[in-house]
Design a protein around this ligand. Structure first.
Ligand SMILES: O=C(O)CCC(=O)C(=O)O
Length: 272
């Protein structure tokens, strides 16, 4: 029982070896180690270092909605130039053109081949041109069945651009789930610095471009410039100069309801 405190009237009895308050162990000041990292050498200072990557800033996305000529980059290899005409075709004409293209073009869903695997493309396509056209493992056979409407549009675009287009790839995005992934139109058959004239009919979709990073960035697009153009009914976008060399483009999937959109991209194809 020694050392155990026993209850006495009026308070707790002191253990036997402690006869008065003076013998009690003193509560010392705060222990020396409190608040210190005892393992840390005194001269070592904690320095907050940010990696070079964290210091890099992603340039703000540029959104183009107004008619104009936009030089989106200039490098030794040339200028990447976009020309945008949001009201190229009047809305009431674009309406009947959409209906005709929607019902009369021989739309088909084709398959891409990527890394040896075959995927159904998330859109429908039709190819027009005297030569076949191949990309991502898909080959479109030559097709010279230009309808009067397609011939009229081609003639008009030739007047505006000064280029003699001999081919056209038509894309149909049935709804917001259809898309085309990042790519550039740089197949050999298009030759260097092609001019591509792109018409839109139907629902608006965002056309996005991202600058191709320099080789030392090993394909890291995070800090590269991005451009977005909402392509509306009746609009014309012309991509020219070094655009296909310096930028990639895509139509991303949308998480809003979207109706059908038809895109006609007129090009000049050279035989191999
Ligand atoms: O639908 C569009 O506006 C883009 C189509 C496209 O990227 C292409 O045909 O290469």
């Amino acid at each position: 029982m020694s050392g155990k405190r026993s209850r006495v009237q009026g308070g707790w009895a002191l253990p036997k070896n402690i006869r008065s308050d003076r013998d009690k162990p003193k509560a010392s000041a705060a222990p020396v180690w409190l608040g210190k990292n005892v393992d840390q050498p005194k001269e070592h200072k904690f320095v907050f270092e940010q990696s070079e990557e964290e210091l890099k800033e992603k340039p703000p996305e540029r959104i183009i909605t107004k008619a104009g000529v936009y030089d989106i980059s200039t490098e030794q290899s040339g200028v990447s130039r976009l020309r945008f005409f949001p009201n190229f075709i009047e809305s009431k004409d674009a309406d009947w053109m959409f209906e005709q293209l929607y019902h009369e073009l021989p739309w088909r869903q084709r398959s891409d081949v990527r890394n040896g695997e075959t995927f159904l493309q998330p859109r429908l396509t039709v190819w027009y041109g005297e030569y076949p056209y191949s990309y991502s493992g898909v080959t479109h056979q030559s097709n010279k069945e230009w309808s009067p409407l397609l011939t009229m549009l081609k003639d008009r675009l030739e007047e505006v651009t000064g280029h003699q287009f001999n081919s056209m790839l038509a894309n149909m995005y049935r709804d917001g789930h259809d898309s085309v992934d990042w790519h550039c139109d740089n197949e050999r058959a298009l030759r260097k610095h092609p001019t591509i004239a792109s018409l839109t009919f139907g629902d608006v979709r965002n056309f996005e471009l991202r600058k191709i990073p320099p080789p030392e960035s090993a394909g890291d697009y995070r800090f590269m410039e991005h451009v977005k153009i909402p392509l509306c009914h009746g609009s014309l976008l012309i991509m020219g100069g070094a655009t296909q060399e310096q930028w990639q483009h895509r139509i991303p999937k949308e998480y809003h309801d979207r109706g059908a959109r038809i895109n006609l991209t007129f090009r000049v194809i050279y035989p191999d």
